[in-house]
Each structure stands twice: as structure tokens, then as C-alpha cells.
Design a protein around this ligand. Sequence first.
Ligand code: NHR
Ligand code: GAR
Length: 223
Amino acid sequence: MKLSKVNEALSLAKPLEPCRLVVLISGNGTNLQTIIDACATQEMPAKVAAVISNEPAAYGLQRARDAGISTHVINHRDFDRRTDFDRRLKGLIDALEPDLVVLAGFMRILGFDLTEHFLGRMMNIHPSLLPDYRGLNTHARVLADGVNEHGASVHFVTPELDAGPIILQSRISVQADDTPSTLAERVHQCEYQIYPRAIAWFAMERLHLKASIAYLDGAPIKA
Ligand code: NHR
Ligand code: GAR
């Protein structure tokens, strides 16, 4: 066989390079942990290349170190303007050369320049059934309104907060005796199911954002 044919055959057999993830956190990092754990399985052709926190004390940084993952802290309090924080963060993420940026309990609103720059390659998990309950304190607001369904949503990040195209959702029913913390606990279980799955879709190149629409296997995703 000609050498070029051998090379062709080898490249066909070669598995995809793992998708490089950079995960942004602010806190406990239980979603980060499920992503790290999923990356050790066959279902997830991805690896966490680095973890970035805006909170120096975030426990998720310890989880990353325990997994041998490099960590970075950019404390937002060190910056006078949000745009300066964003510029530093954008530079660091770019230097880490991710295929996908994953917000996992990241608590800082990101500006237009940064979110446009990573459009189609940045996703977030949000603790509500979007488009309902954008923003913070979703569990308490759900209880205050007396609605009977709640859950979690994975979406592409766009400049408008919690408004990007939805990729995957998981729902729970709200019980009469629920408190914000019992709801948070069940919503977390939803998150651990859907976030690794959505990331795996992206890593397998099954998921794309085009003209503000999310596509799975070429078909638009209907939320
Ligand atoms: N940025 C943009 N442009 N678009 C999105 O969809 C974003 C985003 C940044 C973060 C996560 C989001 C969530 O899932 C997220 C999505 C923080 C706040 C917030 O109000 C709101 C939503 C989200 C994250 N943060 C306060 C701020 O002033 C700080 C709150 C705190 O530190 O506790 O940035 O819910
Ligand atoms: C998760 O429930 C996530 O949906 C939520 O914070 C929690 C982080 O938990 N995100 C936001 O509220 C973003 N504003 P974790 O640190 O254990 O993954």
C-alpha cells in the first residue's frame, strides 16, 4: 500500500481528539465534579483543560486540584470596571485554547464583547425552566409563585442574560412541603443528568449554534 493510503487509513481509525473544556465556577463545583467524572467515561470525548474561578475560596478549585487540573483565579474585586474583568478573563480563556467554555455555577454577568467572542462555544446551566425565572434566587421565586413545575436548563450563552438558545432541560414537580433547599437539591440532580449529556453532544460535534438557533444532529432543538 502507498504511504499516503496508510496515513489515510490511520487517520480514519483515529478517535476524535478530546474536546478541550475550560470550566468557569464561583462556588462548590458539584457540576464541575460530575463533568470531571463524566470525562473519565467512554460517553464523554472531552477533558477539562483548566478551571477558572472568580472566587478565590471556591471549593470547586480544590476539586480541580484533586483531579490534577490546573486552576486559575481572577478575582472580580480586583477590577474597577466589569469590562476590565471581562478583558482579563477573555485573554486567559483564549490562552487556554478551549473548544468549549462551560459555566458551572459561575456567578458574574459577562459583557457583550466576551460573550460575542465565545458565541456558539460557551454554555451555561441555569437552575430553572427557562425562559421562566432568569437571574438569581430561582428556587425561592418558584416557591413564592406557587408554580408546580421547576427544573434546570442548559443553554448557549449570549449577551442577553439567561436568554440564549436552550439545549436541554430537565423538570421536577414542586411539592407542598418544598423549601428552597429541598428544591435546590432535586434541581441539582437534574443538572447532573443534563449537563454532561449536553457537553458530550458538543464534544461529539453533534451540537451547533447557527443564527441564534441550536441544532442537534442537524435538526433545530425545540425547547
Ligand atoms: N452572561 C451573559 N452575558 N449571558 C448569560 O446567559 C450569562 C452570563 C453570565 C452568567 C449564569 C447565570 C445563571 O445561570 C450566567 C449566564 C450571575 C447572575 C448575577 O446576577 C445572573 C445570572 C447568572 C449568573 N450576578 C451578579 C452580578 O452582578 C452577582 C451575583 C453574586 O455574586 O452572587 O454579576 O443564573
Ligand atoms: C447550580 O445549581 C447552578 O445551576 C447554579 O448554581 C449552582 C452551582 O452549584 N447557577 C447559578 O445560579 C448561576 N447564577 P455547583 O457549584 O455545586 O455546581
